[in-house]
Design a protein around this ligand. Structure first.
Ligand SMILES: [Mg+2]
Length: 232
């Protein structure tokens, strides 16, 4: 990580603690539509995946078309993000502080960006609600992009395209990138892109992330903070 050119952060579950909220609300919408599932089922089967794919699965399971399912789900998520807010993941501010300190000492220290399967609106809303959005301004030009949504290129993890697009836009080769991911689909996308991946084990257990190809697994950002501090 210390020698990387670019650190690519997944958003949900890596920067913002949105997964408990969104999986609870997704389970609620799917249950209301006629398939009784709970938040744990949603985490296990749907977390980190493309929502359109999930929609098709739910329609197949229930055996009928559900034209407003995604719209209803997004609406109640956005309402909760705005009204209740979204916590930042524990240790992320300290990790970004450590990366900023590395930059101050060495301009060749890794840059950072965000790459998510979620829509741009959701990313902006959760990063704003958790106080993290200003920490992803471009290091040289604030007008430049450092937040990438799969909806911009219409390709979702586990396909590698989003990570490759983010790296190319940031001016980095895949081999110089380290991705931090909390879902197996994201780990697979990063490996398919030829990047190093650190799995953050929380809702998805470490062995699942390792099984998907993660190069290593941490259980908290604090582990990376300590590692960076011990190298400087
Ligand atoms: Mg995630």
């Amino acid at each position: 990580m210390h020698d990387a050119q670019l650190i690519i952060f997944d958003c949900d579950g890596v920067l913002v603690d949105s997964e408990p909220i969104t999986n609870r609300l997704l389970a609620q919408c799917i249950t209301n539509a006629g398939w009784a599932i709970d938040a744990d089922y949603s985490v296990k089967h749907f977390k980190g995946r493309n929502l359109h794919e999930i929609h098709a699965e739910v329609e197949a399971q229930i055996g009928q078309s559900l034209p407003t399912l995604l719209e209803d789900y997004r609406r109640i998520c956005y309402e909760e993000f705005e009204q209740v807010g979204v916590p930042a993941i524990d240790g992320i501010h300290e990790l970004l502080d450590a990366l900023d300190a590395m930059h101050a000492a060495d301009p060749a220290a890794p840059h950072r960006c965000v790459a998510t399967n979620a829509p741009m609106r959701k990313m902006r809303m959760t990063l704003t609600g958790s106080g993290l959005i200003q920490r992803f301004a471009h290091p040289h030009d604030h007008a430049r992009q450092t937040m990438f949504s799969a909806y911009q290129i219409q390709k979702w993890k586990p396909e590698p395209d989003l990570f490759l697009h983010a790296a190319a836009t940031m001016g980095c080769q895949p081999e110089g990138c380290v991705v931090i991911e909390d879902s197996t689909s994201g780990v697979r996308a990063a490996k398919a892109a030829g990047m190093q991946v650190i799995g953050l084990a929380a809702l998805t257990p470490a062995d699942s992330l390792l099984g998907a190809g993660a190069d290593r697994v941490i259980t908290s950002h604090h582990e990376l903070v300590h590692e960076l501090a011990s190298r400087s």
